[in-house]
Design a protein around this ligand. Structure first.
Ligand SMILES: [Zn+2]
Length: 462
């Protein structure tokens, strides 16, 4: 397959932009990336994608989401985190069925693909009944996206308001984590990989953390966890262990296993040193952090310290979508206004955090994150001309600050075209959309969560 004639943003170590350039894909990998347009048809009669006038770049990588929350866009609006979890996300999580998870994850993956994401990490923490992990992995497999499936867990925290239906025994957790890894790590021709995810410090027992790390080490897979998202994470860890959550994980040797630390909003200077010394990667979720008013992660300092940072959306109950193009803009703007410094994050840095930086954060930088020979062929083509991104002066500027996501027209994952001319080729989008809409209403009813449709107009908050 040849993708030729477009402006190629390679994200390679030299950050070359080839205008025009040609990307050649052989089997499932990138065979070459060269300047110039090739005349069609090429000698071997391969497929040619004419990208003239468009941009070609590595697929975006979302380092943290919760796909099941695709059914929960709205009911959590404008609430404090405790209320958001206790009134909406907690009860809905308890009522989740396999069908809900399949529809939510499929609709979420469609949304991700439509806005240029080729890899996403799904952190699936509620397991009120068996089979929910399998439903999410099935959605990833069928939509054709590259998936890092995190078998998350909760084995503690009733005292802090975690519904008992979401708390599994450590033994149950370990048995299912092992099953999921053995069944799905490397599945779909290697497109799906597995990690383990202790949800957050106040929902995890000390023994469980030790045991899950041992299992991860035995099976050679990584870990990920919500860390320092709210002041409560630190307070809880200090009360139980005498130090904050990140410092506790450092002291116990947990961070010796590759760990993706999600959020890292409330860090002490010592925590920043831990991240740097241990080269712990961070997943940055600017939209969710703003939506729940969690705070602002010190991302410019992390980047300066050489800590790998990957951008993410977080779950649609706190975002409320999977649009990484939107996340690019929010990431850049959040740090500008927070530091009162418009140079805090550049457009280029934002795009790095959604491509090669995200790949590094997931430990997949040898496989994805840039257009370089030998890497997996995860490529997107976007048309930035016209509303909203055009007229274009610089493609990276237009992508980060002007585009809205609908500019993405072709998406290739692992050498396979999954979206062509904005049409999904892998799943029946219309049916999934209708079914997911129905499932979203049913889930709220089953969980006894009042529909936002019934809420009064709120001229101010109470
Ligand atoms: Zn999360």
């Amino acid at each position: 397959m040849w993708i030729t004639g477009g402006t190629v943003i390679t994200m390679d170590p030299q950050r070359r932009i080839l205008d025009p350039g040609t990307v050649r894909i052989e089997d499932r990998r990138i065979a070459s990336v060269e300047p110039g347009a090739r005349p069609a048809p090429p000698p071997g009669g391969e497929t040619v994608i004419d990208a003239s006038g468009k941009v070609v770049l590595p697929g975006l990588i979302n380092t943290h989401t919760h796909l099941f929350q695709t059914l929960l866009k709205g009911p959590g609006d404008d609430r404090r985190l405790e209320d958001w979890f206790r009134s909406v996300v907690g009860p809905a999580s308890c009522a989740l069925t396999e069908e809900d998870c399949y529809l939510a994850a499929t609709a979420g993956c469609i949304e991700a693909i439509r806005s240029g994401t080729t890899t996403l990490k799904d952190f699936m923490y509620p397991h009120p009944r068996p089979g929910l992990s399998d439903a999410v992995v099935r959605a990833m497999t069928e939509t054709g996206i590259r998936g890092v499936f995190v078998r998350g867990y909760i084995d503690y925290g009733e005292a802090y308001g975690v519904p008992p239906a979401l708390i599994q025994s450590t033994d149950e957790v370990l048995a299912d984590c092992e099953r999921v890894a053995r069944r799905y790590h490397g599945s779909a021709d290697g497109r799906i990989t597995v990690r383990y995810g202790p949800c957050m410090i106040w929902s995890c027992s000390r023994e469980g953390l030790r045991a899950i790390q041992r299992l991860a080490d035995d099976l050679g897979i990584g870990l990920t966890m919500h860390i320092a998202e709210t002041p409560f994470s630190l307070e809880n860890a200090r009360a139980r262990f005498g130090v904050g959550d990140l410092a506790f994980l450092e002291q116990t040797g947990f961070l010796e296993t590759p760990t993706l630390a999600v959020h890292c909003v409330h860090l002490t200077p010592h925590d920043l040193r831990i991240l740097r010394a241990r080269r712990v990667a961070v997943s940055h979720n600017p939209t969710s952090n703003m939506y729940l008013a969690a705070g602002v992660a010190p991302v410019p300092q992390m980047l300066q310290a050489g800590i790998p940072v990957g951008l993410a959306t977080d779950g649609p109950a706190s975002n409320n979508n999977q649009n990484m193009i939107e996340a690019l803009k929010f990431a850049a703007l959040l740090h500008k206004v927070h530091t009162l410094d418009p140079t805090a994050i550049t457009a280029e840095q934002a795009l790095e955090m959604a491509t090669i930086g995200a790949a590094e954060a997931l430990g997949l930088e040898r496989e994805i994150g840039s257009l370089e020979p030998g890497k997996r062929a995860d490529v997107i083509v976007a048309d930035l001309r016209g509303a909203f991104a055009g007229p274009v002066h610089h493609p990276v500027s237009s992508l980060v600050y002007a585009a809205v996501g609908t500019e993405v027209d072709t998406v290739i994952v692992d050498g396979r075209v999954v979206m062509e001319a904005r049409r999904l080729l892998t799943v029946d989008e219309e049916t999934i959309t209708e079914d997911a809409q129905r499932a979203a209403g049913d889930l709220l009813a089953r969980a006894h969560i009042p529909s936002p449709r019934a809420r009064a107009w709120r001229p101010f908050a109470f």
